[in-house]
Design a protein around this ligand. Sequence first.
Ligand SMILES: Nc1ncnc2c1ncn2[C@@H]1O[C@H](C[S@+](CC[C@H]([NH3+])C(=O)[O-])CC(=O)[O-])[C@@H](O)[C@H]1O
Ligand SMILES: O=C(O)C(=O)Cc1ccccc1
Length: 246
Amino acid sequence: MSESDRLFSQPDHPMRDFVFNEDVVRVFPDMIKRSVPGYPAIVENLGVLANQFAQPNSVLYDLGCSLGASSQALRRHVKQDNCRVLAVDNSPAMIERCRQYMSQQDSLFQELLPIEVLEADITQLAFQPASVVALNFTLQFIAPEQRLDLLSRIRQALVPGGALLLSEKLRFSDEAEQHLLTDLHIAFKRANGYSELEIAQKRNALEKVLLPDTLEEHRKRLLKAGFSQVVVWFQCLNFASLVALP
Ligand SMILES: Nc1ncnc2c1ncn2[C@@H]1O[C@H](C[S@+](CC[C@H]([NH3+])C(=O)[O-])CC(=O)[O-])[C@@H](O)[C@H]1O
Ligand SMILES: O=C(O)C(=O)Cc1ccccc1
């Protein structure tokens, strides 16, 4: 069981800029569920969608896998023959716990797809041909100038019939819309037990680290990367999930 997230509850908390270190790893499942509206529904349905696009004898990537929640959804839902999951993250603390969690799942359940968990920077990775690529709340942490190149390389790796499943926090170009959805997201966090101090301190820590794009920026960049169709399949407040087809 993971601990509950109190990382930003004290005024003298040590984290200036948000990093995926051991302290975050310890509370991560609780943190992401209480911070991202719709997260459990997104992860579950990611597996369902993936099963529609997975091709026999192919690789399914989970890029920025954290503790492997999305990997696990892929492993449970995808029924195509001879698929395997490659889960990648560049945080050593995340990778260590992800490996433990995955071997635990293997001992509990049969018929899970095989998985390999890699510690690597996804901006430096040479992709194998893949039918499904999940970027579940990861692109927002990649330097903006590297995002198009990463998406282009993913597009090149995708086989016919495959898909990119992309979830992101959104920014809105309309000031009133940005303001309203930010306020509603804060209300969501408050309703999940976060204090005003926790909300404000985490917001400061994320300011230079999590850089959201607008839905229009996502669409344009995905088309530029060579995707032919981009469809939003889920949105809750300022968080959205897209499917992009090669
Ligand atoms: N360059 C990089 N290379 C590899 N990993 C990276 C990089 N930059 C950041 N990460 C990793 O991307 C993950 C983002 S969390 C994903 C949740 C998960 N997908 C989930 O479905 O539960 C989203 C969040 O915390 O909001 C972290 O584990 C980082 O270490
Ligand atoms: O908390 C937030 O404001 C977020 O945008 C989501 C989030 C969730 C977990 C780690 C970092 C950011």
